[in-house]
Structure formats: C-alpha cells, structure tokens
Write a protein that binds this ligand. Structure first.
Ligand code: ASP
Length: 447
C-alpha cells in the first residue's frame, strides 16, 4: 500500500471510529432499563453496564485522548510562536499581523452575532414555548473588561503555562521571540534549538493523530450513550435554527471572505478542514484541538509559520463565531420565552457583549454558556433562562466548535495571503490527501 493511500486511510478510520462510537453508544443506551443502566448478575456479583462501559472504558479512553491533545497545547504554542516571531524579518510586521488578525476575528464575530439576532427575530424560536423545565443554572462570575486586559499580561510566565492561559503565553512568547532575534549569534543558536524542539512536538501531534480513530470512538460512544433525545423535543426550533446558522456561517461567510479577501478557492479549505473538524466536533474544545488546527494551517493550507503560530492560538482564544451565533439566538429565544421586548440598544449591547465575551474566554467545552450569562445580564434578561437550553447544548457546542476552528483557519489563511507568505502550492495540493506538507516544502517547489 502506498504511503498516500495509507494516510487517506487515516481519515476514513477516524470517520469509521466516529460512526461506530455513535452506533454502539446509542445501542447501549437503548439496552438500559428505566434506571438508566442495566445490571447483570454474574457469579453473584452485580455488573453495571453503565459503570463498565460509559463511566469505565469510554470515559477513560476519551479522557486519555483529550488529555494527550491538551498536553501539547502549551509547549506547542510557546515553541512555535517563539520560532514564528524570531523568523520574522521585520518585527514591526508583528503589529500589522496582530492588527489584521484581531480586526478580522472581531469583524467575523460581529457579523455572526448580528446574523443570529436578525434570524432569531424573524423565526421567533421562543414563541409559544411553555416553560416546563426544572433544570437550574448557576452562572459563574464572568470577568470585567478591565480585568480581561490586565490579565493578558503575565506576572509569572511559568504560572501562565501551568494554567494554560493562552493570551498570557502569547504575550510572553512574542517578547521572547523578539528578544531572541535581537541577540545576534546567541539568539540564532537558541532559535535553532527551538526549531528542533518544534519539529519534535509536531511529530508528537502526528503520532496522536494516528490514535484519533480510537479516541474519537470513545468520545462519541460516551456521548451517544448519555444524550437523552427527549430533551430535544420541545426546543427543536431553537436547536435547528442555531444549527442551520452555524452551517450557513461556515459555508457562506467564510468562503465569501476567502474569495473576496484572498482570491482562493474556498472549497479547498473546507475539504482540508475535515480532520480538524472531527477533532473539534468530538472534543468540543478549540483549545484541545489547537495542535491539529495549527498543523492543518501550516501543513495543509500553506499558512506560513510566522502567521499560523500567532493567529491560530489567538483565534482559539478570542475567535468564537459559532459561540456568538448561539448567544445571539439564545438571547432572543430567552427574551421571547419570558415575554421581554428587546430594544435596538439592547440588540447592539448583545453584539458588543457577545464579541467582548468571546475575546475574554478560552475555547473549552461549555464556556459559551458562561459567556451567555454575561450577555443576558447586560440586557437584564433572567440568567435562569439558560436552563431551558442546557439539556441540548452539548450537541450545539460540538457543532459550534467546528465553526470556531474553521474561522481560525480561514482568517489565518487570509492574513497569510495578505502578507504575501501563503504557500499556494500547499494550499492547492490535493484536498483529499491527508499528507501534511510544510509550507515552502512542496515537492518540486522547494523555496
Ligand atoms: N466549546 C467551544 C470552543 O471551544 C466554546 C463554546 O462555545 O462553549 O470553541
């Protein structure tokens, strides 16, 4: 078997793992009795199917997989960003790069939440909804804007790494990279060492990707065994509206931006996102998916490392268009359920708060709901309303994470192109192949 077909095999295996997980998890749930479990007596000992499979095998397998990905995030972001910054010929480029990335991220988030508000006002998902839930939601305290800005600067970089605080790590890595580039011969030596470490960490990412079919299987099996479809029945309009808008944003907004701002074929990017999308979907976390997103941007989309190493981690933290879409629809939905009319000022407030909230919070599962609490408080809507959508949020969380990472890659590609450092040979290479090629290293086009 050729290396190429072996690699294509991997995507197929990941997809099979995903569907097998869904089917086996669903079958397991169907086998449970009213207690939500099925207990067998084997040689006089009680054997809980739920305990063995869901809390046991699926839980352990899935958690090990997610932890293995998360374990790479901090070293990968730090090392690759230091390499990226120090390889910039002109450090002043960094300001421009940052400006473009943040500007585009904020623009797409504003667009996303605006579309969501307009669509929800037209569709009215909350009309006729009867509150019959007993679920409760206790919001965590969201940080204020001043604190978000102060918190970007680490007082202790080791602590920032230990906590995985992405913005603080970015600030420290950028400074480190700039200083390293200014240190002449010594700096060059350290840079070489960083380059080598970077290659090694990237290799670990590729090794973990080989394990993805199993990891994805465990995650999906646990999800399918524990998701109760009954929760969906009275909230279907909300669910499908958010779902539809997420798909629309990924298939219309991003491709339009790619065509208008970078003159690239958007279909290529969407197809090349397939593995990253499955990781994002099954992990529900842009942060945990970051190693894969970074590898995809650099080695499949041809985004130069100086751009990818900065723009992708930044995006995993501040760019959450999918989450903003959910917040827009959820705010209107909750307002309609509680019979509150939102004024134009309220709607503008929602756009502003949802965008700021997306900047201040990290991409981890369920964080969208914490941000939603912030948005609701801003326009004086009852935060308890979140309980209405809690039961079905997980599936939407998975889907919006896919949109979030697709947005990160789209913006990184546009910024790279605008800086004249997108390797279009890599970008245009066969989108169905899973081969990872470093920018500038496509066969026959080495530069
Ligand atoms: N899970 C999402 C992410 O990591 C954030 C959210 O919407 O809750 O991107």
């Amino acid at each position: 078997m050729s290396q190429d077909s072996q690699k294509t095999h991997l995507t197929l295996k990941i997809v099979i793992g995903m569907f097998a997980g869904i089917v086996i998890g669903a079958l397991l749930q169907m086998s449970f009795d009213d207690s939500g479990d099925r207990v067998f007596n084997i040689f006089g000992m009680a054997f809980s199917t739920y305990g063995f499979f869901v809390d046991g095998i699926f839980n352990i397998g899935g958690a090990i997989f997610i932890n293995s990905l998360k374990m790479l995030v901090v070293p990968l972001v730090f090392v690759s960003l230091v390499c990226g910054v120090s390889s910039l010929s002109d450090p002043s480029k960094l300001g421009r790069l940052g400006g473009k990335s943040v500007g585009l991220y904020v623009l797409t988030t504003c667009l996303a939440v605006t579309f969501a508000l307009v669509a929800a006002l037209i569709v009215k998902p909350g009309d006729g909804f009867v509150i019959d839930t007993e679920a409760e939601f206790a919001p965590s305290q969201a940080p204020g804007l001043a604190q978000v800005i102060i918190d970007m600067f680490p007082s202790n970089p080791i602590n920032a790494m230990a906590e995985g605080n992405m913005l603080q790590i970015i600030v420290f890595a950028v400074l480190f990279g700039i200083a390293m580039a200014k240190c002449g011969e010594v700096g060059e030596k350290v840079q070489k060492a960083f380059e080598m470490v970077n290659d090694i960490i990237m290799k670990i990412v590729l090794i973990i990707m080989e394990l993805a079919p199993y990891g994805v299987f465990f995650l999906m099996a646990k999800l399918a065994a524990t998701t109760e479809l009954a929760a969906f029945s009275n909230i279907l309009v909300y669910f499908f509206l958010v779902f539809f808008l997420l798909i629309l944003h990924a298939l219309i907004t991003y491709p339009t931006l790619l065509i208008l701002l970078a003159r690239l074929n958007p279909l290529t990017l969407l197809i090349k996102m397939k593995d990253t999308a499955i990781f994002a979907f099954s992990s529900s976390s842009s942060s945990a998916t970051l190693p894969i997103t970074l590898a995809t941007a650099q080695r499949k989309l041809g985004v130069d490392r100086s751009v990818a190493s900065f723009t992708i981690p930044l995006g995993a933290t501040i760019n959450m268009d999918g989450t903003a879409i959910m917040q827009g629809v959820a705010t209107v939905f909750i307002a309609q359920v509680y019979g509150v009319d939102l004024s134009v000022t309220d709607l503008l407030m929602v756009v502003l708060t949802a965008t700021l909230a997306s900047i201040g919070t990290a991409g981890v599962p369920g964080v969208g709901l914490i941000m939603l609490a912030m948005v609701l408080q801003q326009v004086n809507l009852p935060v308890e309303g979140i309980a209405l959508i809690l039961g079905i949020d997980r599936l939407l969380d998975m889907t919006r994470t896919v949109v979030n990472v697709t947005g990160d890659c789209t913006i990184a590609t546009i910024v790279s192109k605008s800086e004249g450092v997108l390797d279009e040979d890599v970008y245009n290479a066969d989108p169905f192949s899973d081969e990872m090629v470093e920018a500038g290293k496509v066969e026959g086009h080495n530069s």
